[in-house]
Write a protein that binds this ligand. Structure first.
Ligand code: HEC
Ligand code: HEC
Length: 459
């Protein structure tokens, strides 16, 4: 019964005696004014085309970050022939040098077989199968059907993603932006059968190059070695010139990037894709013409600050820089799990951080880097300028501190735990705070230092 008809019935019962005939007529729903149309559903809010583009750019950037090799197979396969070495590596060995497996890329049948112990993790053929499934994080490769690898390239995710170990150690869901502190880049590269071109570039022999690569250890890489060819230059606290792989999350609002502030995210991405991963693209940087600082980069034969794709070949990097930067900026720093720090102590630590310990003079919340030009001399933080001097500005960039706990939260190698500052010279956060206490003459009590550490763990 319509609302109109119902109301008319009430009206009818009131006036029943007087107007029975009229009421009878009005009971007929076909008579009288038509019921009003139901209210139109609210118009959807207008779609902001910029938001639509942002979603698409995020998706594009994620794909590039995870899967794009920028054509770097030309180096990893054709030049140093790393494909030949990886084809002989079994999954257990691959996991032990820090390569990670994306559990979401494994079909259910394979997952069941692994759980049932039916998959041979000591067989290189299993590595090939995992590569064909695109399950090895940051490595793009395809088998040749005869026990070899046809082509192999690397992506940003190799160093800047790890997995959550939810399936097994080293096997789980991807965590983009979390540094892979287990990854032993030097050990992997030193397997390549043809390292002569790299040795020639650096002006050393292959055994020397191999000993340098071996000195890096897990979670470290030396991005500057290909510019200055100076692999023996390092602080006495550590035994190599390599730096820790930093997180690629929590970077929104941060001005200069890398430990030594090489430039913006997009400058660094172009640099890495072209000069480090050896993708096919353009990289312009006249700072690399400084032959005193960057003898390898500035050498006429290399002229790295003026790199363009080989004649007639397309640029496979430049068009991807926008989406790639957008994706990195979108990566949130993870939140520390409840119970991983003492909240009351962290609260006291926060007061010290912004007060007596003077940390917030550089690490300004909520960015935890300087709000503005975030570059400092080594002396300001009580360290040498050795690594700083390998960069254009000769300074260190104030490290943003969000998600510190996640640097090593997923590491499976005990040797990869902890390690702070660019070269990992401080094993623990306690060591970092003790260093500042001395270097900046803060006179913090042991209890205050411990509160400060709890605060750092809460970020
Ligand atoms: C072989 C390992 C490796 C690969 C591959 C790699 N990076 Fe890095 N990345 C590093 C290291 C090591 C540093 C620190 C360099 C330094 O400070 O001198 C770094 C620094 C960075 C930074 C600066 C972070 C900050 O705190 O400012 C960003 C951003 C970054 N990489 C993004 C990328 C992107 C995007 C790619 C792919 C195009 C990529 N990286 C590929 C190892 C790697
Ligand atoms: C003068 C500026 C400045 C002050 C003051 C300062 N820092 Fe730093 N901080 C830096 C710079 C620059 C780095 C990078 C050093 C490196 O990588 O070698 C850094 C690095 C760190 C790191 C290491 C992060 C990582 O991922 O390796 C921590 C932790 C840290 N600072 C905490 C603190 C605390 C706690 C205080 C106060 C006691 C403090 N900082 C005071 C500039 C500063």
């Amino acid at each position: 019964m319509s609302a109109i008809a119902f109301r008319s019935r009430i009206a009818c019962s009131i006036v029943l005696a007087a107007a029975l005939a009229a009421c009878t007529a009005s009971k007929n729903d076909n008579v009288g004014p038509p019921p009003p149309a139901p209210p139109a559903p609210p118009a959807p809010p207008p779609v902001d085309p910029n938001k639509t583009a942002a979603d698409k750019t995020f998706d594009d950037g994620q794909k590039i970050f995870r899967s794009d090799t920028f054509g770097d197979e030309a180096f990893w396969t054709n030049t140093i022939q790393l494909n030949k070495a990886i084809a002989t590596v079994d999954p257990t060995t691959a996991l032990s040098v820090g390569l990670k497996v994306d559990a979401d890329a494994l079909p259910a049948s394979l997952v069941a077989d692994i759980k049932a112990g039916k998959v041979d993790l000591k067989a290189p053929a299993t590595t090939l199968a995992l590569l064909d499934l695109d399950a090895v994080v940051g490595v793009k490769a395809s088998s040749d059907g005869a026990g070899g690898i046809k082509s192999l390239g690397i992506t940003c995710a190799l160093c800047h993603s790890t997995v959550d170990n939810s399936f097994a150690p080293g096997i789980g869901k991807r965590l983009d932006g979390w540094p892979n502190r287990d990854l032993n880049v030097g050990a992997i590269v030193s397997l390549a059968p043809n390292l002569q071109p790299v040795a020639t570039l650096l002006g050393v022999d292959v055994p020397t190059l191999k000993s340098v690569l071996t000195s890096w250890g897990p979670g470290k890489y030396d991005a500057e070695i290909f510019l200055d060819g100076n692999p023996t230059l390092h602080a006495p606290e550590v035994n190599s010139s390599a730096t820790l792989i930093p997180p690629a999350y929590g970077l929104r609002g941060v001005n200069m990037h890398t430990y030594t502030g090489w430039g913006s995210i997009t400058q660094w991405n172009a640099f890495v894709a072209v000069l480090e991963m050896h993708g096919q693209g353009s990289y312009t940087d006249t700072r690399l013409d400084n032959s005193a600082k960057f003898p390898v980069a500035a050498a006429p034969a290399n002229h790295m600050g003026h790199t363009v794709p080989p004649a007639g070949q397309p640029d496979l990097v430049t068009s991807k820089l926008g989406a790639l930067e957008f994706y990195e900026l979108a990566l949130e720093a993870p939140t520390p799990p409840a119970g991983s720090f003492d909240a009351a102590a962290a609260k006291r630590g926060e007061a010290l951080f912004t007060g007596a310990a003077k940390c917030a003079t550089c690490h300004v919340a909520p960015l935890y880097t300087d709000a503005g030009w975030n570059m400092h001399d080594g002396a300001e933080i009580g360290i040498d300028n050795i690594q700083a001097n390998r960069s254009p500005d000769g300074k260190y960039r104030t490290t943003p501190l969000h998600g510190l706990f996640a640097h090593d939260a997923m590491t499976t190698n005990p040797a990869a735990k902890g390690r702070y500052y660019h070269d990992g010279r401080f094993a623990t956060l306690d060591d970092v705070v003790a260093h500042y206490n001395t270097a900046m003459s803060l006179a913090l009590s042991p209890a205050e230092q411990s509160d400060l550490v709890q605060y750092l763990k809460s970020l």
